[in-house]
Design a binder for this molecule. Structure first.
Ligand SMILES: [Zn+2]
Length: 443
């Protein structure tokens, strides 16, 4: 009988949180199945570290510069509208959107995709109804996880592969903190126990579990709207005057600002706030990215295949300790070297991720990654034209920024067709070739 593949995407689980539970015995079924398999300890996510930004890299194999939707919320300069995944009737947008790209799962036997519109071309598709009706924000979300996982042995009678996107971990982290994550993962562990021990499936089942980005705890809000207004900026979606700003912020740990003003002026204001982790803009004259925060200021630019981090004063990304013997003021490394060198730092791989985000035409003129622990208030839009900001809800955990636990996720895989291998790190975009090679192998 043919190989059977179960791919589980866990939304928003950091490497740190996952392996803490994995190694402490809280997930006994998962541990017994995956130990000795293929493990990527740190999967380096992208910026903004949120699902909408991650998916095209994983499932279409394209670069961030090529994606049509840079994040779940951004500003369309031509339409002069806010584009938001959760705008008014999200289901409407899910239907409207045409996918231009072919997903990595297409063309490999009969597939069922639950909750992941990016891979619906692979076969039968069930939309994420459990997210749209808000179920995932409460503990009821895990009922859907149970229903799907428990039914996989029957579904495998019809399908060769099943891709299931579990949102309850991310959403319960937002709403309940680490207790919520434990609820979601323990439930998954219990349900996977039934499948792993299923006699019919044994010897042909391969399982992948991975996460697209991480999450980290929050302390409070940073009212970026107020700061901009106090400095004479006018928040609008029509950028006519110098001081007009279209602000994209939505409770996640990043923000984009679109403006006609010299971005240097806004960078100078925001970099004085400790709640701002990194503020950056692209200097169009020389294609460099200027970054700043209370720790200093630096310039990021490309020199052939190398990405350079040149400090102008201080060390905004706090990398100095990782470059002891070298001339620290001007570091030039390849992408892989940047991961290796900065993996243990507060901002792993941020030099490259910041450079890449500004290559996308829809990136703000200014991008902000908020300090670990702070995020702006919730904003929501109506038909892309009206934007409201509300003091609630408040999250316990959050992501979207460049902080390490938001950036570092993981992958574990095991089964008949999976070779034992341990990687200290890989890039999120490497998942595309990992899945492609796997499906080619079992074809
Ligand atoms: Zn989330």
């Amino acid at each position: 009988m043919k190989a059977k593949t179960l791919i589980i995407l866990l939304d928003g689980v950091s490497s740190k949180d996952f392996f803490k539970l994995y190694n402490s015995g809280e997930l006994p079924n998962i541990k017994s199945f995956f130990d000795g398999g293929f493990i990527i300890k740190n999967l380096v996510s992208t910026f903004p570290s949120e699902s909408q930004t991650c998916y095209p890299l994983i499932f279409y194999g394209i670069k961030l510069s090529e994606t049509e939707e840079i994040a779940q919320m951004w500003y369309d300069r031509i339409k002069r509208q806010f584009i938001y995944l959760w705008d008014f009737f999200p289901i409407f947008r899910l239907h409207m959107k045409k996918e231009k790209h072919k997903s990595v799962f297409k063309g490999y036997g009969k597939a069922l995709t639950v909750g992941l519109k990016e891979t619906k071309d692979a076969g039968t598709y069930i939309p994420p109804f459990y997210v749209i009706c808000g179920l995932s924000l409460s503990k009821l979300g895990i009922l859907v996880d149970t229903a799907v996982i428990r039914n996989t042995p029957y579904l495998f009678n019809r399908y060769d592969s099943i891709m299931f996107s579990i949102y309850s971990c991310d959403h319960l982290l937002h709403s309940y903190g680490s207790k919520g994550l434990l609820t979601s993962l323990k439930n998954l562990d219990k349900n996977l126990g039934y499948i792993i021990n299923n006699k019919k499936l044994k010897d042909k089942l391969n399982i992948f579990i991975f996460s697209d980005h991480g999450n980290s705890p929050l302390k409070g809000k940073f009212e970026i709207q107020k700061v901009l207004k106090e400095n004479g900026y006018h928040l609008t979606r029509y950028l006519n005057e110098k001081k007009d700003v279209a602000l994209v912020s939505n409770l996640l740990n990043y923000a984009f600002l679109y403006t006609k003003d010299n971005p240097e002026n806004i960078l100078k204001i925001l970099s004085t706030y400790h709640q701002v982790g990194v503020v950056a803009y692209k200097n169009k004259k020389d294609n460099s990215v200027i970054i700043s925060n209370t720790n200093g200021r630096a310039k990021i630019f490309k020199d052939n295949e190398k990405i350079c981090y040149k400090t102008e004063n201080g060390d905004p990304l706090e990398y100095k300790n990782y470059f002891k013997e070298e001339n620290f003021t001007d570091i030039r490394l390849t992408k892989d070297e940047w991961i290796e060198k900065t993996l243990d730092s507060r901002f792993p791989y941020a030099v490259v991720r910041l450079y890449e985000v500004f290559e996308n035409k829809d990136c703000g003129d200014i991008a902000i990654s908020f300090d670990n622990g702070y995020c702006p208030n919730f904003s929501f839009t109506f038909n892309g034209r009206l934007k409201f900001t509300s003091k609630w809800p408040t999250f316990y955990y959050n992501h979207g920024g460049l902080e390490r636990d938001q950036i570092l996720s993981f992958l574990i895989a095991n089964g008949e067709h999976i070779k034992s291998k341990k990687l200290k790190f890989a890039k999120l975009e490497d998942l595309y070739s990992i899945f492609k090679n796997y499906f080619e192998d079992i074809k």
